[in-house]
Design a protein around this ligand. Sequence first.
Ligand code: ADP
Ligand code: MG
Ligand code: MG
Ligand code: MG
Length: 404
Amino acid sequence: MSKFTMGYFTMKEADVLDYATTVLDCFDSHAVLSCKEIGDGNLNYVFRVMDEKAGKSIIIKQAGPCARISDEFKVSPDRNRIESEILQLQHRLAEGFVPRVFKYDPIMNCCVMEDLSDHVIMRRALMEHKKFPFFADHITTFMTKTLLLTSDVMMDHKAKKELVKNFTNPELCEITEDLVYTEPFFDCPRNDVFPPTRGYAEKELWSDEALLLETAKLKFEFMTNAQSLLHGDLHTGSIFIKPDSTKVIDPEFAFYGPAGYDVGNVIANLIFAYENAEATIEDQQEKIDYKGWLEETIIQVMDLFVDKFKELWKEHTTERTAKYKGFDAYYLNNIIRDTAAVAGCELCRRILGIAHVKDITAIEDLEKRARAEKICLSVGKTFILQREKLKSGRDFMSVVKDWE
Ligand code: ADP
Ligand code: MG
Ligand code: MG
Ligand code: MG
């Protein structure tokens, strides 16, 4: 019996090499393999196994028993099943936008998948002020297909409920409920507040009862609206990109929630990139140009989402009552409203909560960083409070510009 069938343990590079040789059949039996741990995330171990001579490589992602940032977060390694299954489902719904999965191992809680090392993590590329002209088109195709095709509008309701069951993800949902919807909105000991930002948070967020009430409503919306099968963690660190290709990775937070959750995360994270550009690009022309591209991209993410939503609605709606006149607009409006609100929560929680984003923390000039943080918080708060009024990509961007 191999040690890999006896029971779960967290693998080191040497174990992964052994695993690749004895368990997998991806490589030639005489191949000389090398292995490196390349994970940079908060929760898991990611190994790249290579057969340099044959130019072949794979990725093995193993779920650890607790988060790497803090062992306070105990999370079931079963999330690797969720990740493996949803990657395969997303591949069927939106082919070409996720890595291929070759194997899921329920004992080792690991997933063997396509190596996307020819792509780069989008957050890093945006911080180097690179442009990706097809991004808005790609990500809106991915989101409309994965979100709408898993909804009751377009799925048999019993089959959908089976998916809801399969993807209840209580532990990772709890992380979102705490880190996104709760802790950033009070002086929680676990928060990580940049000292110059504290006064603003105390005055404008933590003591604003109207805002707190809205965050409570949004948290309950997140917990109870089983609308679509979400990616659940769709920030720019979960997107691999190159000029002609966009791949969404790391869907371990997947569960049935409000469709606007994914769209809102994409938009908020583009706003972080926008504020990074504002604070760090010195050449004025270059700054205008790059911010202009980001602005256009943010507008297009919302507007192409709307266009593609309408196309899919026409083609794929199976639910009889969803075809009643006006229901499509009602349903879409709710998604746009949720998108604004979630973008608002994400903007606040990445500034005040435990998990920050590099776009902002890498701003070296402390005054500029403080300014960027204040803008993110103000835009976030406005998105939450004004969510009923924001209807288009331009509406979203005009809030950002108002606070500049
Ligand atoms: P976590 O859940 O811990 O955040 P991720 O799935 O985001 O893990 O992966 C962490 C890092 O590992 C990514 O930022 C990327 O650099 C690398 N990685 C993950 N999946 C792949 C892949 N399929 N191909 C190449 N690199 C990958
Ligand atoms: Mg990740
Ligand atoms: Mg990561
Ligand atoms: Mg992850």
